[in-house]
Design a protein around this ligand. Structure first.
Ligand code: MLT
Length: 399
């Protein structure tokens, strides 16, 4: 037996595992410490009442022979996908077909698994800094030498430049907006350039819009399909994790339009084949939970939680700015990306913040080389702990 040696090309540990390990070690060696975690983007508010009610009802159905359900349909039950179609697309003037929506156990899985349907020798353009799953899963799939880094810096508000004339043309392009980790957003006219580029070069865009629910400004797109021409060049990945607090429930979906035809084959058919072979669907109870957010009352309830996290992000942005840090994001996004003081690396500042303030962030360099010099904080904490963290940062680093 031989192992998949591509795994040996990965960093020894996944970014958030390393952050958690370091945090655990700090707590073990400082048992009296009062650590505030603003590192991984994990929600803290309980599920909304409509979701809880739907789950209770679904559990009762599963307890009765007359209403019990076994394996769900491969792409998810129509009852939830019809709601997704109506609320996330049709109501926003986007024409998506029901069979283009694939329900899953989350955007992270889809983001990693989608690579199964692409040839190993595709070139892949990935931003730096970036959600590490894009890089790691491409390395696992043997594309280590096929990655084209798109450097993103503060000068362009972390929007990557399109390849110039004469540059290598990427076969696959990963884009994530609102962006993880920088918290910045992409205007429509900017995304239109990528869509036109992809259509002109027959490239595929993988658009991760896991954070779309944080968008409040009308000119900031929530879906790549708001951009004309996107259905012939883009797959969209969506998540209920941040939108409805499902990080522990696990549910998301991926849209694969029929217009996506490469090598004479519809990607929709390939993804269906992949999912129906390797994935047995989302639990019935979870699908009912997801369905429940698509009602006037459901939307109102999830918006209350989203507003709460948005306000946390705003407070962090204001607080660290008042302490003298240059910060990005915090608007249309739960993430604040702050430039760390001179003399620190991202990891040494992570340690300093933990030692001095007992606050945990995520070191920017964990998201790529261009993230060096930055640290990410999240708005997903409780209000009290978020304010406490800001006060501690101001007291230790305020200038
Ligand atoms: C993050 O902190 O970047 C996210 O929570 C990770 C994820 O969604 O998997």
């Amino acid at each position: 037996m031989k192992i998949n040696k591509n795994f040996l090309d990965l960093e020894a540990s996944y970014l958030f595992s390393t952050v958690n390990k370091k945090t655990r070690e700090f707590i073990a060696s400082h048992p009296d410490s009062d650590v505030i975690k603003l590192s991984i983007g994990d929600v803290t508010k309980p599920l909304c009442p409509v979701v809880i009610d739907a789950m209770h009802k679904a559990v009762d159905e599963m307890a009765d022979e007359k209403t019990f359900r076994g394996y769900p349909p491969e792409q998810g039950y129509d009852f939830v996908r019809e709601k997704i179609l109506e609320w996330d697309y049709t109501k926003r003037g986007i024409d998506i077909k029901l069979d283009e929506i694939f329900l899953s156990d989350g955007a992270k899985s889809d983001c990693g698994n989608i690579g199964d349907i692409f040839a190993t020798d595709n070139t892949v353009a990935i931003c730096d800094p970036v959600y590490p799953v894009y890089i790691d899963t491409n390395i696992m799939n043997g594309r280590k030498d096929k990655i084209i880094i798109l450097p993103c810096s503060a000068e362009t508000n972390f929007l990557p430049a399109l390849p110039a004339e004469g540059d290598a043309v990427p076969d696959i392009i990963y884009l994530c907006f609102p962006n993880n980790p920088t918290g910045t957003v992409a205007p429509k006219n900017y995304l239109k350039q990528w869509v036109d580029y992809a259509n002109a070069h027959h490239s595929l865009i993988l658009f991760d819009s896991a954070y779309e629910a944080f968008v409040t400004e009308p000119d900031v797109p929530k879906s790549i399909y708001e951009i004309e021409g996107a259905k012939s060049c883009a797959i969209e990945l969506r998540s209920f994790s941040k939108t409805a607090g499902f990080t522990g429930l696990r549910c998301g979906y991926t849209v694969v339009p029929h217009e996506l035809v490469f090598d004479g084959t519809e990607l929709n058919a390939l993804w269906f084949r992949r999912q129906s072979t390797k994935f047995n669907g989302v639990s019935y109870v979870t699908q009912r939970a997801a369905e429940a957010i698509y009602s006037e009352e459901g939307q109102k309830q999830i918006q209350e939680n989203l507003s709460f996290y948005r306000e946390n992000a705003r407070l962090i942005f204001e607080g660290v700015s008042a302490a003298g840090f240059k910060a990005f994001g915090g608007k249309n996004s739960p993430y604040v990306w702050l430039q760390i003081p001179e003399g620190f690396t991202s990891w040494s500042f992570f340690d300093e913040l933990l030692e001095e303030c007992q606050v945990v962030g995520t070191p920017g360099s964990g998201f790529g080389k261009m993230g060096e010099g930055y640290l990410r904080l999240t708005g997903f904490g409780s209000r009290e702990r978020t304010i406490e963290a800001i006060e501690r940062i101001k007291a230790s680093f305020g200038r």
